[in-house]
Design a protein around this ligand. Structure first.
Ligand code: ADP
Length: 525
């Protein structure tokens, strides 16, 4: 009875059915059922399990209460011996209600935790992505070419390291771009300054680069880049050469005459096909000057041969005449020998003048310029040639205004030039004529003028009278060498001055020498 009422109390306390049974399964107390109605419980699965393993449970339909129950049983041991078994049972529905409530609680907690976790994640992600977003913007700035400002990163983490890496990259990029720009500057300086023309064309035959020299030599259109080579070169010989070199894939070279402007060019076309780009480099060299010098040299040799032939032929004739008997006649022999001497003198003078010209041209004549008055330069030649002029019936007058600035000149050489010009004037002025020597200041030059009233120079010959060996037709027989004015021109030019002539045929000629003025004080020689 005591156990039964204990079971009742525990049952009320736990809100469950409590059954106490003896070790043999006889029910000794039950909180819900009448003991008399209860059979031996030893066979119940939870009791068996409790006896076997110290704890047992089972779910099944209870015939006693008439619905599904959850049973749990434990053995009660006294001094190691099982004396009783206590079992607690609750309706399964109740357990299920509890479990469901527990499940809901767990779900709510889980939801709450997830929400907190998600909020935290968003906050953290924001903290991490903000610097990355910043970095992305900076990288885009660098990509757009703004390398001047460094990327700022104030955090101390990987993002900052990335920023430093960006900065290093930016610095290196800037250095490299600086070097490239410098190289390009040098290259374009060379290209724009070099005397040779350079044109680069691409595989399609379009001009990709042309330097000013090429544009000047070929008179290419201003917007040459992008045009076809033919449009830019404007010369069929050059275009043919370029085509041949492109097709053959090997360099081709040719000399080309351009008629307008009158140029003589050497063109070298080199395919730049090291990596089969189909590009070609065309170099155009201006050989006009070289060609001209060659012509001058050739003309010089032919002129000199021509000039030597006449006196040598007459010498030969004189010698032959003497040998053929004239030597027996003293008077004739004397005449012939005089003639021979005149020829030899003329030859000697020519050789001397040639030597002089060559020495002046090659710069081996050293000038000793000093400040000098125009009067000093003109007076002596006038005095020296006055007797000769008077013999020819020609008057010489000198008119030099006072207070002219001093010119810088090698007195002896310039007087030689003036003597030469006055000498020509006497030679080409008939009796009754007049030669006037004058001077005037013009800008920072002093201009000396020698005018005559003589035969004058034909307009077609005027531009050529300063050339070596040049003589007008009228002068052919007069015995000059045609070198005097060439020497005069070189001496005046060596002074940094200019010489030119004006003439009206039949009325007279004027020769002018402009010399640079000096501010130095000079002595009057
Ligand atoms: P040359 O020694 O033969 O006189 P120059 O060089 O001094 O040679 O002169 C070249 C040519 O220029 C002369 O042959 C002559 O035809 C012409 N010339 C020079 N001075 C005069 C002048 N005052 N009047 C006419 N012709 C001149």
């Amino acid at each position: 009875d005591r156990l039964d009422s204990l079971a009742d109390r525990w049952g009320a306390l736990l809100e469950a059915r409590v059954t106490i049974m003896a070790a043999d399964g006889t029910v000794l107390g039950d909180s819900h059922e009448d003991l008399a109605r209860l059979d031996n419980h030893l066979g119940r699965p939870e009791v068996q399990e409790a006896l076997a393993s110290g704890e047992g449970s089972s779910t099944r339909f209870s015939a006693s209460v008439g619905y599904d129950m959850l049973y749990a049983a434990v053995p009660v041991q006294v001094e190691g011996e099982v004396v009783a078994i206590v079992r607690v049972a609750r309706p399964l529905r109740q357990v299920q209600v509890h479990t469901a409530r527990l499940g809901r609680t767990i779900l709510l907690v889980a939801l709450g935790a997830s929400l907190v976790a998600a909020l935290l994640a968003v906050a953290m992600a924001g903290r991490i992505t903000r610097p990355i977003r910043h970095l992305t913007q900076e990288a885009q700035r660098i990509a757009a070419g703004d390398l001047g400002r460094p990327v700022v990163a104030d955090s101390g983490d990987e993002v900052a390291q990335l920023a430093h890496a960006f900065n290093r990259m930016g610095t290196r990029l800037q250095e490299r771009m600086g070097r490239l720009a410098e190289e390009q500057r040098l290259l374009s300086t060379v290209l724009s300054r070099m005397a040779d023309g350079a044109i680069i064309t691409d595989a399609g035959g379009r001009v990709r680069l042309i330097n000013p020299a090429a544009a000047r030599l070929l008179e290419s259109p201003a917007d040459a880049v992008g045009r076809s080579f033919a449009q830019v070169a404007r010369n069929h010989q050059l275009v043919d050469l370029w085509r041949a070199a492109s097709e053959a894939g090997e360099p081709r070279e040719a000399t080309i005459e351009v008629l307008r402007p009158n140029l003589f060019l050497r063109a070298i076309v080199t395919p730049l096909d090291a990596d089969s780009t189909g590009e070609t480099l065309t170099i155009v060299q201006d050989l006009t000057q070289v060609r001209r010098l060659e012509t001058v040299r050739r003309d010089f040799v032919s002129n000199i041969s021509h000039e030597l032939r006449t006196p040598l032929a007459s010498l030969k004739a004189l010698v032959e005449t003497l040998r053929d008997g004239a030597i027996e006649d003293p008077d004739a022999a004397e005449r012939f020998l005089n003639s021979a001497e005149t020829e030899v003198d003329a030859l000697t003078q020519m050789v001397q003048e040639l030597l002089e010209l060559s020495r002046i041209e090659s710069g081996r004549v050293s000038l000793h310029p000093e400040p000098v008055t125009a009067k000093a330069l003109l007076a002596r030649p006038a005095e020296r040639l006055r007797p000769q002029a008077e013999r020819a019936g020609v008057a010489i007058e000198t008119a030099v205004p006072p207070d002219l600035p001093l010119a810088l000149a090698d007195v002896e050489r310039l007087q030689q030039v003036i003597i030469n010009i006055v000498h020509n004037a006497i030679k080409f002025t008939p009796a009754g004529g007049r030669i006037s020597l004058s001077a005037q200041a013009a800008g920072n030059e002093v201009v000396l003028s020698i005018r005559d009233t003589g035969a004058g120079i034909p307009a077609k010959d005027l531009p050529r009278i300063f050339e070596r060996f040049f003589k007008t037709d009228r002068a052919r027989s007069s015995g000059g060498t045609g070198l005097g004015l060439a020497i005069a021109k070189h001496i005046v030019q060596a002074h940094g001055g200019r010489i030119w002539a004006e003439s009206v045929e039949g009325r007279g000629s004027a020769f002018h020498i402009a010399l640079p003025v000096t501010s130095e004080e000079g002595s009057d020689p």
